[in-house]
Write a protein that binds this ligand. Structure first.
Ligand SMILES: O=C(O)CCC(=O)C(=O)O
Length: 198
């Protein structure tokens, strides 16, 4: 499999499509702010352990998760500020945030596309990284396309178009030598009916 490793601390256009494609934007949030938001999110969020079926056995999902509507009265402190800053750079008014806590290099998320049901069509998804650097793999679903490996540094944002969820998978593989925990804040725009049900 042909791989392309992208480690540069510069904006990267990873995938092009008729919407905004997939873009990596480093240093959207200053390091000191990313550090403070990491500590606040780690301490203030009630992290949940989910289970899933794998080969007919129930196993732990290998990361902790949480979710908030951005109008939630119990929204932990940094999330609204983060949503405003990330929304400004992504050109979207997000109304929901999904949080992932990767406790160490053994935590991961398998290659997948985000579920588009209930999302506002053509609105992007933006993921802010806090804490340890982790690698994201991005791969086209069809063809013999290369796998892109992009290192997601604290304070960076990856913006993925709605359209790209139909053409590409993304994942965070297990990795050795990871220096601590990482939190990702995945901002999304749900339609009103879906948002109410979540
Ligand atoms: O942690 C990340 O950067 C990826 C998160 C993700 O793929 C998801 O929340 O669906």
């Amino acid at each position: 499999m042909f791989q392309s490793d992208l480690f540069d601390a510069v904006p990267l256009d990873l995938v092009q499509d008729a919407e905004s494609g997939i873009r990596y934007l480093p240093d959207v949030v200053p390091q000191a702010t990313a550090h403070a938001w990491f500590a606040l999110a780690l301490g203030q969020v009630t992290w949940g352990n989910q289970r899933r079926l794998m080969y007919e056995r129930e196993v732990d999902v290998p990361r902790l998760m949480a979710h908030f509507s951005l109008d939630a009265p119990d929204l932990p402190e940094p999330l609204m500020e983060a949503a405003v800053q990330v929304g400004a750079i992504a050109g979207a008014q997000f109304n929901s945030v999904g949080l992932n806590l990767y406790r160490d290099g053994n935590d991961s998320v398998a290659p997948h596309n985000d579920k588009t049901q209930g999302l506002v069509q053509k609105a992007p998804i933006a993921i802010l990284s806090l804490g340890a650097t982790r690698r994201m793999t991005i791969r086209a679903k069809s063809g013999k396309g290369r796998t892109l490996n992009v290192d997601l540094h604290a304070g960076s944002v990856i913006v993925m178009s709605y359209a790209s969820q139909f053409t590409h998978n993304h994942g965070i593989p297990k990795m050795s030598g990871v220096d601590g925990a990482r939190i990702s804040l995945a901002f999304r725009c749900f339609d009103a009916a879906t948002l109410k049900q979540r």
